[in-house]
Design a protein around this ligand. Structure first.
Ligand code: ARG
Length: 274
């Protein structure tokens, strides 16, 4: 597997577009930049230690959230659908990647063509392990209508629409993690009942993570590259136990500086190649 990560030198909190970015007094949280740099490097090393190749792209000044590069595009094979971000602060980010993808022979399509529809890449749109099903999260960032376009671009065998209903879980990757063909980890209360029923139809094993662990340690924003190792923020005791008893190998890392901005392991990388 090959991943893309974005070098974190411009990472800061300069605005608030999700419930994690402010403290209880409504002040923007402060990032410790040297700590963030260290945590990012450790995460990269962790990926590499489980045989995942990582390609690093440079940061861009003026885009403090760009390090969350899962959000910029939806990729399958050599096709890339660049996102149409919901917030004005992040609107310019996806185009900054176009050149890199084009240079590496990807066919790049832009979701900006969507007009009022929004699509935040692999923050909300997640592939099943076999790549046949697209789990289509919507409600806070991406819009349901945007997936008609994703359907045209990728023609997945199936699109499973999942409506998010709790603003703490504003992206699908904060409350839904595909671990292998049969197993998914979810936060139940993040979905409406129809969406929960759809999840049950598509997975025979569902690991339910508490809302507390999913918010406190962004535990479900984890990443399983190989159906075995699960890289996740440390501290989610119950989830780690559940993962181990289901036969997975949890690898705990520290992304606390990035959680202040509302992101952890899963959104700090983009998958280039399964
Ligand atoms: N501050 C970023 C935002 O709100 C964090 C994105 C984290 N990404 C994710 N997929 N959860 O857009």
């Amino acid at each position: 597997m090959k991943l893309l990560m974005l070098e974190p030198s411009c990472f800061e909190i300069l605005y608030s577009i999700n419930p994690f970015m402010q403290d209880a007094q409504g002040q923007l949280k402060k990032v410790d930049q040297s700590k963030a740099l260290l945590q990012w490097s450790e995460l990269k090393k962790t990926f590499e230690s489980i045989e995942v190749e990582v390609e690093v792209l440079p940061a861009h000044k003026g885009y403090p959230d760009m390090v969350f590069c899962a959000n910029h595009a939806l990729v399958q094979g050599k096709t890339v659908l660049l996102s149409h971000m919901n917030s004005k602060e992040r609107l310019g980010e996806p185009e900054l990647y176009r050149q890199w993808y084009e240079l590496h022979s990807y066919k790049v399509v832009s979701a900006e063509l969507l007009g009022k529809e929004r699509l935040e890449g692999a923050g909300d749109a997640l592939w099943s392990r076999d790549g046949n099903t697209l789990f289509a999260g919507y409600g806070f960032r991406s819009t349901k209508g945007a997936y008609a376009f994703a359907n045209e671009v990728f023609s997945p065998r199936k699109i499973v629409y999942l409506r998010l209903v709790d603003s703490n879980f504003y992206h699908l990757d904060t409350c839904f993690s595909v671990l292998d063909e049969n197993t998914v980890a979810i936060v139940e209360s993040a979905f409406d009942s129809e969406s929960l029923a759809r999840i049950t139809e598509n997975f025979s094993k569902i690991i339910k993570v508490s809302r507390f662990e999913a918010i406190e340690s962004m535990a479900v924003n984890c990443f399983c590259p190989d159906g075995k190792n699960v890289v996740l923020q440390h501290g989610a005791k119950e989830f780690v136990k559940e993962l181990s008893s289901a036969g997975f190998s949890p690898i705990e890392v520290d992304t606390s500086e990035f959680i202040k901005a509302g992101g952890s392991v899963f959104c700090m990388k983009a998958v280039l190649q399964q």
